[in-house]
Design a protein around this ligand. Sequence first.
Ligand SMILES: [Zn+2]
Length: 110
Amino acid sequence: MAQDPVKKAADLLRQGATMLGDACPQCGSPLFKLKSGEVVCPEHGRVLVVKSEREELKVKEEVIFSQVEDKLIQGLSKVSSKLEESPEDPEMLTQIIRYLEAIERLKRNR
Ligand SMILES: [Zn+2]
């Protein structure tokens, strides 16, 4: 006979597992993440959390967006230090405005 899931869940927590917001697709019990990174259901054991392609894409998009944002901010900071050297250069302002626009658009897309 299977172990009482409530007792099993308590055991998992004692072992340092954390309770996830996701539920087991088979029984609906809350899922736990072990220290090893494995996701388990107290009743069914190891569960593979299958994410939809769309969700996966969303995660990738988020990663790319934040990389682009980092680069834009780096670029903006380079241009702004150049602006100190040549504050009269209209080209500098144009570049800054372009960076700011790009950052804003990126934020609007998230
Ligand atoms: Zn389950």
